[in-house]
Ligand binder design. Structure first.
Ligand code: NAD
Ligand code: UDP
Length: 308
């Protein structure tokens, strides 16, 4: 049955892929965005579609809509963007969650929160299981994002316990793919853009910190399964194959055939040393696991950036 789906942050990287999937599935899509890091180009192909509507709105302001499901993705995700105006980042996570949970309560809609592996901070438990409470600096430069997302999770669970709101909490691990903004500042887009231009590849610190990279199509499939299933979470969604940032740089150089050199820049403070999702819960409850591995996903992403 066709549902009315609200996607906040819908013109961003992940939001735009979700809008595509929802339109393909025959739903009506309300894409809400303040265009801070989102781009109209990401959803341009949907403008004019009879089941697609684009709303310029900020989630820190309340809004009245009639919807069946809410995917709450509004929040800058790249460190340079969420640190640009940290107070606004915190407001987006906290006030955005309150406004969207209020809307879910009034309309009886199911609501999914795009939470993050950053709730685990610089983790002392490896790989990270959902039961782990994390190791987060409350007063550092990443805290506006980490603590904002943690507070949003709290609000989701309190609205669930106190008001019976039908929630889903998804903890997303580093995800990449086409439609990342070339100037976004995250590691995969930075390295690909640098390699394609023949610029130096900027390794922060020694480059031996690790991340586990998930391709966007896999991530969106996990997100939809979580919304449609019976589990509320929190559930980790990510690709458990872990790489050093240096290994990522070398793979990008190889796949682009670039002559770029690796250079080292200072490591930003509180940069997590390691990160890998334990996805046992996603496998068990959602029958989900990633299908696109790094080289294949990077090749598709390189193709996208080359075409820009
Ligand atoms: P993105 O920056 O491309 O998208 C975020 C979108 O939210 C943008 O379109 C932006 O304009 C919009 N937005 C920001 N503040 C807003 C506000 N106050 N009101 C309305 N819209 C606002 O990032 P993304 O990678 O697509 O991330 C989407 C969501 O997933 C975010 O909530 C992010 O925290 C979460 N997440 C992403 C990753 C990842 O690796 N991509 C990892 C963990 C969590
Ligand atoms: N990073 C890097 N060079 C860059 C951008 C990022 O070495 O040009 C590193 C960064 O220090 C971090 C990792 O890559 O250790 C992932 O960074 P990103 O900003 O993509 O995401 P997050 O730190 O939030 O996982």
């Amino acid at each position: 049955m066709s549902k009315r789906i609200l996607v906040t942050g819908g013109s961003g990287f992940l939001g735009s892929h979700l809008c595509d999937r929802m339109i393909e599935a025959g739903h009506q899509v309300l894409c809400l965005d303040n265009f801070f890091t989102g781009r109209r180009e990401n959803v341009e192909h949907l403008i004019g579609h009879k089941r697609f509507e684009l709303l310029r709105h900020d989630v820190t302001d309340p809004i009245k809509l009639e919807v069946d499901q809410i995917y709450n993705l509004a929040c800058p995700a790249s460190p340079i963007h969420y640190q640009y105006n940290p107070i606004k980042t915190m407001k987006t996570s906290v006030m955005g969650a309150i406004n969207m949970l209020g809307l879910a309560k009034r309309t009886n809609a199911s609501i999914l929160q795009a939470s993050t592996s950053e709730v685990y901070g610089d983790p002392e438990v490896h790989p990270q299981q959902e039961l782990y409470w994390g190791h987060v600096n409350p007063i550092g430069i990443r805290s506006c994002y980490d603590e904002g997302k943690r507070a949003a999770e709290t609000l989701f669970f309190d609205y669930h316990r106190q008001n019976g709101v039908n929630i889903r909490v998804m903890r997303i691990f580093n995800t990449y793919g086409p439609r990342m903004d070339p100037a976004d500042g995250r590691v995969v887009s930075n390295f690909i853009v640098q390699a394609l231009k023949g610029d130096d590849i900027t390794l922060y610190g020694d480059g031996l910190q690790t991340r586990s990279f998930c391709y966007c199509d896999d991530l969106i499939e996990g997100m939809i399964r979580l919304m449609e299933g019976g589990e509320i979470g929190p559930i980790n969604i990510g690709n458990p194959n872990e790489f050093t940032v240096k290994a990522l740089a070398e793979t990008v150089i190889e796949l682009t055939g670039s002559s770029s050199k690796l250079i080292h820049l200072p490591l930003p403070s509180d940069d997590p040393k390691q990160r890998q999702p334990d996805i046992s819960l996603a496998k068990k409850h959602l029958d989900w696991e990633p299908t696109v591995q790094l080289r294949e996903g990077l090749a598709k992403t390189i193709e996208y950036f080359s075409s820009l």
